[in-house]
Structures are given as structure tokens and as C-alpha cells.
Design a protein around this ligand. Structure first.
Ligand SMILES: [Zn+2]
Length: 137
């Protein structure tokens, strides 16, 4: 009941606000012109472009940064839910990319050259077995 009354009060306030804007449209228009810098200047749009309109470039910048953050957060990071690390390592046989903490074959503390060469030899042996050759010595 209290929630419903709140909605009625909010709706009535919006209606009153719209009516006040319509009744005082000239005043609102003048206020908007002063605050966007489009009144009392040398040319009709000089004040706009050197005032309020110059923020359009900043909006573009903010948009570009937002797209970059979205891309980083949704597309580049590890596919394990809740993990913010970058997913550098594709998990074979799946469409997923994982960070070194979640990938089963990547050591967390960094790979030694022996581990890397061992993985490479395993790959070459699997390739040779698939082609019906002898394993690489
Ligand atoms: Zn991860």
C-alpha cells in the first residue's frame, strides 16, 4: 500500500513538472540557451561549439573507453566465471580461452624450459603417432 502511494506521488510529481515546463516554456528555453551557451554571442552557434558542444568530443572519448572496458571485461578475459585475468591459453577441443591459473596444462608459477620442451615433444609424438610414424627420439 505504501509502495503504491509512492508510485502515485511520483507520477503526480512528473505530471506537475511536465505541466510547469509547458506553461513556462519561454523561461525554460531561455535557461537552456544560457546554460548551453547559445545566446548572447557573436554568431548563432559560436557559443554552442565553444561551450556545451565542445563536450561532444569528450562524449566520444568516454564512449571509446567504455567500449574498450566492455571488450576487456567480456571478450578478452578468462572464460572461467568471475575470473578477471586475461585468457591467453586456448583449451583444446573447446571454444574457451583460460588464464594460466585455470588452464590445466599451464603451470601457475611460470613454465620452465624443461616443461615447455616436454610439452613440445609430447605434441610431436602425438603427431607422429597420428601419421603412423615412430616416436621422435
Ligand atoms: Zn581464469
Amino acid at each position: 500500500m505504501v509502495k503504491r502511494t509512492g508510485y502515485w506521488i511520483l507520477g503526480a510529481a512528473i505530471v506537475v513538472g511536465v505541466v510547469l515546463v509547458i506553461v513556462n516554456f519561454a523561461v525554460v528555453r531561455h535557461w537552456l540557451a544560457v546554460h548551453t551557451g547559445t545566446v548572447n554571442e557573436t554568431g548563432p552557434y559560436y557559443g554552442f561549439w565553444s561551450g556545451f558542444g565542445s563536450d561532444i568530443g569528450e562524449a566520444t572519448l568516454i564512449g571509446a573507453v567504455s567500449v574498450g572496458v566492455y571488450t576487456g571485461a567480456r571478450k578478452v578475459n578468462c572464460h572461467a566465471k568471475g575470473c578477471w585475468r586475461i585468457g591467453h591459453h586456448p583449451l583444446e577441443g573447446t571454444p574457451y580461452h583460460l588464464c594460466k591459473h585455470h588452464h590445466p596444462d599451464v603451470p601457475v608459477e611460470g613454465a620452465s624450459i624443461e616443461h615447455i620442451l616436454g610439452q613440445h615433444k609430447k605434441f610431436k609424438d602425438a603427431l607422429a603417432a597420428a601419421q603412423g610414424d615412430q616416436p621422435v627420439s
